[in-house]
Design a protein around this ligand. Structure first.
Ligand code: DQA
Length: 152
């Protein structure tokens, strides 16, 4: 692939995603967050991109990390988890960013309960991937790199 301007990507995971593997595995899969993060770092290495990961159960900490990302990284992947459906604060933090943002959900939020159908944060994102399990994160990573790569 030709040179990419995407040098570093941050992956943010919201509340309860630290329990992946044990949390409703029939919905979220059996992979732990550590498994997913390790796979993302490895995929980043293969694409020549530095991948950092961050998880918090606290809305304010997620806002702080998004604000920090503005100075530090070239792209953001975020699964805001339950805050997807409620958080004006996360939406506003994402709106301040000048970098591409991909919102990822492990499950297909549109075929679940009605309250999950609405995302407060998606209008602040470049795009969204939902329902593809952990592959959604890997595809988001690849998309960010492709979006920042000069066509041959
Ligand atoms: C989720 C979907 C949300 O509705 C839920 O609250 C989560 C995980 C997903 O990845 O499918 O915690 O973001």
């Amino acid at each position: 692939m030709p040179a990419t301007k995407m040098k570093s990507i941050l992956v943010i995971h919201g509340p309860n995603l630290n329990r992946l593997g044990r949390r409703e595995p029939e919905i979220y899969g059996r992979h732990t967050l550590a498994d997913i993060d390790a796979e993302l770092v490895q995929a980043g290495n293969a694409l020549g991109v530095d991948v950092q990961t961050f998880q918090s159960n606290h809305e304010g900490e997620l806002v702080d990390r998004i604000q920090q990302a503005a100075e530090e990284v070239d792209g953001l992947i975020i699964n805001p988890a339950a805050y997807t459906h409620t958080s004006v604060a996360l939406r506003d933090a994402l709106l301040m960013l000048d970098i591409p943002v991909i919102e990822v959900h492990l499950s297909n939020i549109y075929r679940r309960e009605a309250f999950r159908h609405h995302s407060m944060t998606a209008p602040a994102a470049t795009g969204q991937i939902a329902g593809l399990g952990k592959n959604g994160y890997l595809l988001a990573l690849e998309a960010l790199v492709r979006m920042a790569t000069d066509a041959p």
